[in-house]
Design a protein around this ligand. Structure first.
Ligand code: G3I
Length: 353
């Protein structure tokens, strides 16, 4: 009996030692380093990406969160009122879970990529019912599997006023309240975000409008957890890192997380070494803020490779915005981020990741 116990204890010790050695010797990857430092490092992926072995390898090695670039948008997920196209979303959710990654949902309230029956909404009651149904159905299906959502996206004009959308026209001023409340009720554990672009600077009309909107939502007890700065930025315009940092801080004072949600840094093509160096510096400055502001420990890139990029079609003359080139080779910006995360201290208290 005693011999058997000793033998079993020995076997357990050997197994534990093997796990210890394997963990200690495992090559630190970008994903494992970000995980260790408690920082989200996410990437937007297309539905086909999670089926492409080359892409899967890069995503797994580097990122700890994925977000569907287009799959959850209304026109793709529910092209007609009675047809839900779950297969692509389900595949992504499964991929994230199988690889120990978090998943983010994007997006419910938007003025683009809506299905025709959404754009055709006429009355407040039918719009509220449809919006609540959409949010509740998706968030119930993925409860505990999708960790955070952009509940609403790009609701502001450049001057900081509310954008004229189907939701504002049909429901009225309280449409965000209704959307966030439906989201909280559907999955109380999911983090709920308000996301926008050109909203990163304090003192700009849109930046201040965005702040006032988030503040008003908080004051009315609307269940919002954080704000998203998309940060589709241009290497040709210097980043005002001090301003962005102080903007992040004023959202912390409201009790809100600040996530960098769609980062890319586009530069004129053909690329020059000088522009690539500037791009690297912008990526570096952005990650520095995410690493050092306690409410901003979330850095999500909008695609990882120039091979599949929304930039050239949207901004002719610009490109090369992502961390990997068209051949999926890492760029200096990637290497800079890697060096930064390797050197970053472990968080004193657990981050939001
Ligand atoms: O899948 C169809 C394809 O079947 C068709 O042949 C082709 C012809 O145009 O279009 C394809 O769909 C395109 C889709 O991307 C997939 O590539 C749509 O036209 C195109 O409009 C769509 O663009 C997306 C855009 O949002 C609009 O939804 C971009 O990929 C996506 O990167 C972009 O993402 C947005 C964020 O959601 C919000 N913030 C800004 C960001 C950049 O615009």
């Amino acid at each position: 009996m005693r011999n058997r116990l000793t033998h079993r204890a020995f076997t357990v010790m050997i197994a534990l030692a093997a796990v210890f050695v394997a963990t200690a010797c495992a090559k630190p990857t970008m994903a494992s380093q970000f995980g260790k430092k408690g920082v989200t490092f996410g990437v937007a992926v297309q539905a086909a990406d999670v089926l492409d072995p080359k892409c899967v390898a890069v995503v797994k090695e580097n990122f700890n969160l994925i977000v569907p670039e287009n799959t959850m948008k209304w026109r793709n997920l529910r092209p007609t009122k009675g047809f839900w196209n779950w297969s692509d979303m389900d595949a992504m959710v499964k991929f994230a879970a199988a690889n120990g990654m978090a998943m983010k949902g994007h997006t419910f309230v938007w003025h683009q990529q809506n299905a025709p029956y959404v754009d055709g909404l006429k009355t407040r009651d039918e719009a509220i019912a449809l919006l609540q149904e959409q949010i509740t159905t998706v968030m119930t299906r993925y409860k505990g599997k999708i960790r955070e959502y952009d509940v609403a996206n790009e609701v502001l004009n450049e001057d900081g006023t509310m954008r004229d959308t189907v939701w504002l026209r049909t429901i009225g001023d309280d449409y965000l309240d209704i959307a966030f409340k439906a989201a909280r009720a559907a999955d109380p554990d999911a983090k709920l975000y308000l996301n926008d672009y050109n909203n990163e600077y304090e003192g700009s009309a849109k930046g201040d409008g965005f702040y006032e909107l988030a503040k008003a939502l908080k004051q009315r007890n609307v269940p919002i957890d954080g704000v998203g700065f998309q940060l589709h930025v241009m290497g040709t315009a210097p980043l005002n890192a001090d301003n962005l940092r102080s903007n992040v801080r004023r959202f912390a004072e409201l009790g809100l997380l600040a996530s960098f949600t769609e980062v890319d840094v586009r530069i004129p093509v053909p690329v020059t070494p000088e522009m690539e160096a500037t791009q690297t510096e912008v990526y570096r400055q952005l990650l520095d803020i995410a690493l050092t502001e306690p409410n901003a420990r979330s850095f999500i890139v909008w695609g990882y490779t120039d091979k599949r990029s929304w930039i050239p079609a949207a901004f002719p003359g610009f490109g090369s915005a992502h961390l990997f080139d068209r051949a999926e080779k890492s760029k200096p910006a990637y290497e800079a981020l890697k060096e930064m995360i390797l050197k970053a201290p472990k968080p004193a208290s657990p981050g939001q990741n």
